[in-house]
Design a protein around this ligand. Structure first.
Ligand code: NAD
Length: 419
């Protein structure tokens, strides 16, 4: 993993790479590469022992040309201003790739949530919601979960917003629990789009996914669901999985549901009795498998590590798991990389469905959510390979950005510049 690569610079490089194949004027390109605004705030809360502690937090609103800003909120000690800016930019191009009517935003608090009690976390979350209130709203900016946040935090943010605004506005945030206005299928959505992308990719490449060996880095919400659906729906063999404790391996494949149950019960993957071997995360990323799914954090594979990657196909569940150097090396080595802005777009796509249901106060069954998600991902996949073939592009990431940038630029052109 490369700590030195600035994810915001990676994002800008990815945009430049794609813009080289498009006729985008330099001044418009500058706009496409920078956030419209970033809120930086310091949240002071009372800890359980009566002392005060201050936590830095950010919300980046990158681009709103295609609709309200949309994107998750991350709790992690490694959160930085540039990371949040990058993540908000990836959201713009992700929403455009799958053609949902949103711009991009992202937020984060510099905190290790494991060090806070539930009460402290609630006060911190509500404090952030109070700071965000003037700039979020059902038609302005709609946050969602990301690393270390989930339904509980989304419910707190919704409640704080609605209390301060003296209204009901469930569509101000997505990823809520069902009882608070959440959508069926939201929790599984990111992993489901990763599975669907893998299915389409193997089909496109004329490879068999049934019986294919799969390694998954990061066994959280995105990775564990991607692993489970790839096994259960496609017949893939999950031979390796990892979390921050390390990696477990079994050449015969894991029963992913049982592995998930072990992780939920013990808090980590290591120590799992059905593993034949345990090794490091780096070993997992360079394992000889048919499909590698990075589903942890950004910069997992840099240029050096990319030279040792043995997988034939990579489907990115995490945001930005490959550095631009890694992309160059893997393109040169003919490893097929299907990018995050398609493969993990299920999360934001079902967030969009949640928001639609909230606005209509009319709720869909899970089957409808999953069918609509499949339609969006399959159509986006087809659009991506069409752009790849028509423009003779070097890789699928560039193809996704070409499709997405064209859509954002068109919306901007149609709106015109004001004032
Ligand atoms: P999560 O907190 O549920 O899971 C993250 C997992 O990664 C955990 O199991 C953690 O132990 C593991 N991990 C952390 N560092 C690791 C390392 N160095 N090596 C191996 N494992 C490591 O988070 P998540 O929601 O699953 O998000 C994971 C990625 O997917 C992030 O990049 C996130 O931005 C992206 N993503 C998530 C969603 C969503 O809906 N949850 C949507 C789109 C993108």
């Amino acid at each position: 993993m490369s700590e030195d690569v600035n994810p915001f610079e990676s994002l800008q490089e990815q945009i430049d790479d794609a813009a080289a194949y498009l006729d985008v004027p330099e001044d418009v390109l500058t706009r496409l590469k920078n956030p419209e605004r970033v809120l930086e705030t310091n949240l002071t809360i009372e800890m359980d022992d009566g002392s005060l502690q201050t936590f830095r937090a950010y919300r980046s609103q990158f681009n709103g040309d295609r609709g309200p800003y949309k994107g998750g909120i991350r709790y992690h000690p490694g959160v930085t201003r540039d990371e949040v800016k990058a993540l908000s930019g990836w959201m713009v191009y992700k929403c455009a790739t799958v053609d949902i009517p949103y711009g991009g935003g992202k937020g984060g608090i510099v905190v290790d949530p494991r060090e806070l009690s539930d009460g402290e976390l609630e006060r911190l979350t509500r404090s952030f919601a109070k700071e965000l209130r003037p700039i979020i709203g059902e038609d302005q900016d709609i946050p969602a979960p990301d690393v270390n946040t989930g339904q509980r935090e989304m419910n707190w943010i919704k409640d704080t917003y609605e209390t301060l605004e003296n209204t009901t506005a469930p569509g101000v945030i997505t990823g809520k629990a069902i009882e608070s206005g959440g959508s069926e299928g939201r929790v599984e959505a990111t992993g489901r789009s990763t599975m669907l992308t893998a299915r389409e990719a193997f089909d496109y490449l004329d490879k068999d996914i049934e019986g294919a060996t799969v390694a998954v880095q990061g066994f959280g919400n995105a990775g564990s669901v991607a692993a489970q659906l790839t096994q259960e729906d496609l017949g893939g063999k999950i031979v390796a999985a990892s979390d921050s404790s390390g990696a477990v391996y079994n050449p015969d494949g894991f029963d992913v549901a049982a592995l998930k149950e072990f992780k939920t019960r013990t808090g980590s993957l290591t120590g799992y009795e059905n593993a034949t071997e345990e090794f490091t995360n780096e070993d997992l990323l360079t394992l000889d498998v048919d499909l590698l799914i990075p589903a942890a954090l950004e910069n997992a594979i840099d240029g050096d590590l990319a030279r040792d990657v043995q997988a034939d196909v990579i489907v990115e569940a995490a945001n930005g798991p490959l550095t631009p150097d890694a992309d160059d090396v893997l393109t040169e080595r003919d490893v097929h990389v299907f990018p995050d802005i398609l493969a993990n777009a299920g999360g934001v796509t079902v967030s969009y469905f949640e928001w639609v249901q909230n606005r209509q106060r009319f709720y869909w069954p899970e089957s409808r959510v999953n069918d609509e998600l499949e339609r969006h991902i399959v159509e986006a996949f087809e659009g991506l390979v069409d752009a790849y073939e028509t423009n003779d592009l070097p890789n699928y990431r560039t193809a996704a950005y070409v499709v997405a940038i064209e859509r954002v630029v068109k919306a901007y052109d149609e709106a015109g510049t004001w004032p």
